[in-house]
Design a protein around this ligand. Sequence first.
Ligand code: FAD
Ligand code: DLZ
Ligand code: SF4
Length: 506
Amino acid sequence: MKIGIILGDQLSHSLPTLAQLNKQTDRLVMAELADEARYVKHHQQKLALIFSAMRHFAAELRSTGWQVDYHAFGEHGFHSFESLLETVCDGAEAVVVTHCGEYRLQQRIEHHWQKSAGVPVHCLEDSRFLCAADFFQRWASGKKQLRMEFFYREMRRHTGLLMEGDEPVGGQWNFDSSNRQPYKGKTPLPPVLAFDRDEIDRDVLALVSEEFADHIGTLDDFQWGTTSAQAQQALDHFIEHRLPHFGDYQDAMVTGEDTLFHSLLSPYINIGLLDPMVVCQAAEQAYFSGDAPLNAVEGFIRQIIGWREYVRGIYWLLMPDYAKENRLGNDRPLPSYYWTGETKMHCMAECFRNTLDHAYAHHIQRLMVTGNFALLLGVLPEAICQWYLEVYADAFDWVELPNTLGMVMHADGGYLGSKPYAASGSYINRMSDYCKHCQYNVKTASEPDSCPFNSLYWHFVHRHRQQFAGNHRMRMIYRNLERMEPAKVDAMLQRAERLLADPDAL
Ligand code: FAD
Ligand code: DLZ
Ligand code: SF4
């Protein structure tokens, strides 16, 4: 008899562990563990999603004939996988597990599990990704800097998505330049998708509110699907109501509109309830049937077969050293409003509200508002990485870390992206209505009520001159700084210094 351990983000019927085992003779083990639930203080909705989806998945497995031992939180004495293995492996000949998404836990699987289990542990490659780790290594080897765009083209060829022979459909690989419209309210927003809650959901919500009340966020507006059928409903809903406008408004932000035309599919894909290729094929089909335009479908598919696979490749290529990178030498703590949401900066307050209420923020909110601000401030990468890992329902180390440390903080020296995504308030003003509702003035930089992003942006550019002046993509920015009147530059830098002395006051 073999034991298959299924982790909380391995909720796929196509999981290699299942293919390797025999329903009749082997047993599956799943456990809600204190060490996993508490090693960072995950948002309450993230915990509820993972536990409820795990319980539903165990029930689905049982209904298809698997023998599953499920250990619910508080109903067993194991705090870690090691203590679980010490007990559940009696009489087993081996343990089977699929490669974990996190370096921390994978290390434990490789170096500690066998000792605890007392039998061999077989770790299988995770076939649910579209790019195998060794393919990425071959592609990356010998390159000083990696560029997502070239990796993405390889992935288009590899998957055949939106391809006509060896050529991209529409004659162009990337339609990003058509995906930068602000949202002015002309296109109606998509209808809301709500899921019925069952007893499993109710039990888990009660458990999380009792046991994890000290974790960030609330459960009041828990809207995530927790079964593979609900995840499929979310996909269908996205394809019909959101995908047609996904491209146009991909970078837009609007007060009170927390999702716009984004898919909200990342948690389902990351925990295994949806297969990334199935998601992309559904989007591709919408293009071929004339239900969604090419800029939307290409933009969406690029996020999944491009960015998602690219950051995973980088993670496994560079861990564990990657997590320690801090090439800009940042050391500031995270201001308290990252936890409370209470700040006068309206753009930040909106992103924090979405984060606290839904364990969600869309990409531009993460990258250009809360991330950009942490970059401009010079926050210690480790602190901001931990925050992103805790607060989002879709956050797992393999995807969160390269996005935060590489894309947002540029702490890897530009290995992941060629230039930092630093921006002043003008970018936020162009892409949103936030500045209209803000106490700060986005048009000025050195007055007492000036937008903090403005002076901090120029302070960032000025203090990192040595790192970035030679970067051809930043040449124009340094030219602009040089052309400014010295008195104006001084006033901006002085204002930035005052803000940096007490960022919590903003
Ligand atoms: P959509 O805008 O609808 O995009 C479609 C899909 O593309 C997503 O569901 C996701 O699977 C994929 N995708 C898009 N962008 C990325 C990206 N940069 N990296 C990987 N996949 C991408 N995504 C996570 O899944 N988990 C994280 O922990 C995470 N942390 C992030 C931290 C920071 C600082 C930043 C800037 C981005 C992070 N992202 C993360 C990427 C992205 O913001 C989310 O995938 C996206 O916002 C999820 O919402 P959605 O499903 O509505 O996405
Ligand atoms: C994130 C998470 C949480 C919160 N809880 C559990 C759990 O109780 N049991 C479990 O098997 N997995 C959990 N996970 C996921 C793992 O901590 C880990 O992040 C992923 O397996 C990494 O790929
Ligand atoms: Fe944000 Fe500045 Fe605009 Fe206020 S003025 S919303 S702080 S960008």
